[in-house]
Ligand binder design. Sequence first.
Ligand code: CA
Length: 313
Amino acid sequence: MSTFQHIKPAGKAQFKDRYTTKAAELLTPYKEGKKGEAAILGAPLSKPSISHSGASFAPDAIRRCLNSFTTYNIEEETDISSQKIIDFGDIAMHPTSIEECHQRIYQATKEITEAQAAPFTIILGGDHSITTSTVKAIKETRGTVGIIQLDAHHDLRNTEDGGPTNGTPFRRLIEGGHLKGEHLIQIGIRNYSNAKAYHDYAIENGVTVYTMKDVRQRGITELIQSALTHLEDKVDTIYLSVDMDVLDQAYAPGCPAIGPGGMDPDTLTQAVKQTIQHPKVQTMDIVEIDPTLDIRDMTSRIASLLVLNSLIN
Ligand code: CA
């Protein structure tokens, strides 16, 4: 207790409304045996990014933006103030070895999955290179993995030109034998954002590709339903990978690879909500936010809202 009447610890001197719970209050540090409705783990790695990226700052920014939201959902008339998000903290990265960073992400994901602290886990990137490591770990703990990838890009680049960058995660999974091409569904792929060789690679390997034109013409609900129906009998677990650059640049200024012609946040939210209602969907990642490029945390706020939506089932 402070001996001064109006002085609080640094950073804690905020207004507190007695009837309002901030979403950030749901964050509960992990302790052995503690259970929650969801769990988060930060994977603050952006050194393997092809372009300059401060995505390593995103786990902090997404947690901080939970302070921008309350726990009351007026549309559903639900209040999630009694739920817990178990926070495993962040993975300490090696300062120079990308390979060692990826190994640590693999090891950490395996350990937190085995800890079974929550039925649903969200890994906060980081850039998209983390997904090879997290999916490898999920495969070892939960069995055959199917992936629904929301992204402007295929992320199937060759590794000869740049090694394990954020443009290669799904190719590395396929070529490493961790993922069958037919178990990968890509949604939101955009015009003039990929090379033809990588679309060809996707089709040759049995990957399902839905472009933004498919999203506009068929609607996200139909595409997600089709993806879940395609995967549910073939795999043991479904992993949702959300690259925030699937959003249009108008909504996601914090992504290193912004561009026009992308999704709006309501469509992304609908996609995530619908996907995670499926009982086989147990893990999600949110990647490619660089808070140093963001404007008023616009992109991180959307990510925080996706975290909150994972609690309403
Ligand atoms: Ca990507």
